[in-house]
Design a protein around this ligand. Sequence first.
Ligand SMILES: Cc1ncc(COP(=O)(O)O)c(C=O)c1O
Length: 403
Amino acid sequence: MPKENQKMHSIVAHDEHDDRHHGSINVPIYQTSLFSFDTYEQFNLARLDEQENFVYSRGNNPTVRYLEDKLAQLEQGERAKCFASGMAAISAAIMSVVRQGDHVICAHQAYGPTREFLGNYLRKFGVETTFVDGSSMDDWKNAVRSNTKLLYLESPTSMMFQLQDIRKCTELASSIGAETILDNSWATPCFQNPLAMGVGLVVHSITKYISGHSDCVGGVVIGSKRLMDPLMTTEYMLFGGIMTPQTAGLVTRGLRTLPLRMQWHETSGLKVAEFLSIQSYVGKINHPGLPDHPQHELARTQMTGYGSLFSFESHESLVTLRKWADRLQYFRIGASWGGFESLVNVNALNANDPQTCTLVRLYIGAEDPDDLIHDLDQAWRCVALSLSEEEQYEQNSGINPSG
Ligand SMILES: Cc1ncc(COP(=O)(O)O)c(C=O)c1O
C-alpha cells in the first residue's frame, strides 16, 4: 500500500517488505505469459476482473503492474497502464475518448506522429481535428464546435517549447463536456502534475526521462478509474500494444533515480542554455526556464522545474550548423532524448524555406555541463576558423562568395 503524502524521492526509492518475493528488494521479472490456478473456481473468480487479477500477461503482469502503480502514484492518478511505446499509449488514450463524428482540438506543435494520428489517420473513422497555436486561450475557444470532445495538449512542446495554459484549458474542456489529454514527457511528474490541474489523462513516452537510460521504448497512460477502466478493457486489451515484463523491469530500475536525474538535468540544461544565450551564432532560445521566454511566467505557475531539452534559432546556415554538430564530441547526433547522453539535432526551421533560419535542438544529458559547454565552444571555434579560411581563400582567388 502506498504511504500517504509520500514525497517523490521516497515513492521511487522505497518499497515495503514483501514476503511474496522472499524479501527481494527488487520486484522479480515475471517472465510468464499466463498464470495457472489450482481449481476452476479460482480461475473463474480471477477472470471476473482480469485487470486486477493475474490471468494473462496481455492484461496484467506483476512486474508491469508494479511499475504502473508507481507511475500512478507519481502522477497522482488512480490507475496507470503501460504500453509498448509512447505512441501506443497516446493512440490508445485518444481512441478511448473519441467516437465517430467527434471533433478534437490539438496544439499544433504537438509531437509529429501524434498530429499525424489525429489529423490524418482518425479521419477514416470520421473524427476531425483542428490544430491551433494554443498559446492563447482564444485559439482554443474559437476552435470549439458543438461536437468537440477532446482537447489534446503537449505542454511544453518538444521542438519549440511552447506552453498551453493547462488550468484554463481544462476549465474550457469541462464547460463544453470534453476531455483533456496531456503529453507530460518533457516535464515528468517531478516538475508538472497535470491531473492535479484537472487534466483527464496524462500520457508519457517512457522511452524518454522515465526510463532514462536509452535502453527501452515504452509509454504510459494515467488517470482516474472513470477514464482508465474503459481504456483497459478495450484499447489496452484489444490493440494489445503492451509493455513486456523485461522492459518494465528496466524502466523500474531507471525510475528509481528519476527525481535525482531530473534535478541534474534541470540545472545543467539551464547552465548550457545561459551559456548559449551570449554566443554570436545563437538567436532566440526556446527554453521556458529562461526569464525572457515569452511564457516564463505561465511556466512558473504550472511547473516546478524544467526538462533539459531545448532549442535555439540561428541565422547561420543549415550547412554551417551541421558542420558544427559534426565536430561536437560529447553531443551525439540522434533523434530521441531523455537518456544519459547529450544529443544534437539540426534542422531548417521552415522546411519550405531552408534559407530563413536554422533550428538546433539540444538535449542535455547526464555529463558535466562544463564539459558540454567546452564542447559547444570548441566545435564553434573550429567551424568559425574554417569559415574565415574559406572567406580568405575566396577573397584571394577573386571568387565572389555570393555569386
Ligand atoms: C513529446 C513526445 N511524445 C511522444 C513521443 C512518442 O514516444 P515513443 O517514441 O516512445 O512512441 C515522443 C517521441 O519522441 C515525444 O518526443
